[in-house]
Design a protein around this ligand. Sequence first.
Ligand code: ADE
Ligand code: ZN
Length: 334
Amino acid sequence: MSEILELAKRLPKAELHMHVEGSLEPEMMLTLSERNQVALPYSDIEEINKAYNFNCLQDFLDLYYQGMSVLQTEQDFFDLTWAYLLRCQQQNVVHTEIFFDPQGHTGRGIPFAVVMGGIQPALRRAESELGISSRLIMCFLRHLDQQSAFDTLEEAQPWLSNIAGVGLDSSEVGHPPSGFRQVFERAAQLGLRRVAHAGEEGPPEYVYEALDLLQVDRIDHGNRSLEDPELVRRLAESEIPLTVCPLSNLRLAVVSDMREHPARVMLESGLNVCINSDDPSYFGGYVNENFEALIHALDLTADEVRRLVANGFRASFLPAGEIERHLGNVAAAQ
Ligand code: ADE
Ligand code: ZN
């Protein structure tokens, strides 16, 4: 194995873009489908893997929403989250900021309290038993309307002390950030951080809207920003992080070949880019597999790997002192 990949695996890392529902491994999907008597159109893991053949974001989302239908009880949400956190431990991910999609659950009759009642104990246990810190980011589904997002923010009120921020995900094209300006404004008033998926399939204009109208702290993906030099300059100057997801980009045809992945160009353009897994069970791997694919395709240097890893901590919602401590550990790791 390459020396550089060994380094990437060894370094303590942060993950900032991972949808917990996208960490549902086929094996757990089948187990929960039986446990909860929820029918799926698959009878074994091979059939599931065969179905994971996407041409675009919507192809994936259709299966992602179908997959999450097996999540019914607090125990299911606990098991899902805990399994991901054990992967973090294996991969030296020491801090993770996890997305969840409440409307994907409340919309099919699963109470918000059940979702939080499963996810939160897993996060607390990871902090005490595995030494993994975390933040929770509640995403609004952009294919639904803003009123539904407002209703979700209202439902989240009892848990807001345990929710760091809000995000915007699901079908991007045709659902611009501008449609969610007021609910993001309300989230800001409530003291929540803001992030949004933008520029994954959507145009640079959506990235401008996320910055100007939603006042986001980070852009999730942001690949298409590179089409607009003025936007690249602005992102670089303002040090707005981009949470980039290489295997996702390949599987959803955002890039046609990993050798064309823009991670290096982004670094060279002065962008604050970090590496994440997005939906690891659907796209072929967790953070280390994403580094592996990039290292292999782009022949990343040790310095580039260290910069990508350090950026993950810098872009996190951790307090400044914690960020400095992690950056010290990254720098000290051989
Ligand atoms: N939901 C889960 N993964 C997503 C992605 N990559 N883009 C938009 N919405 C998502
Ligand atoms: Zn995502």
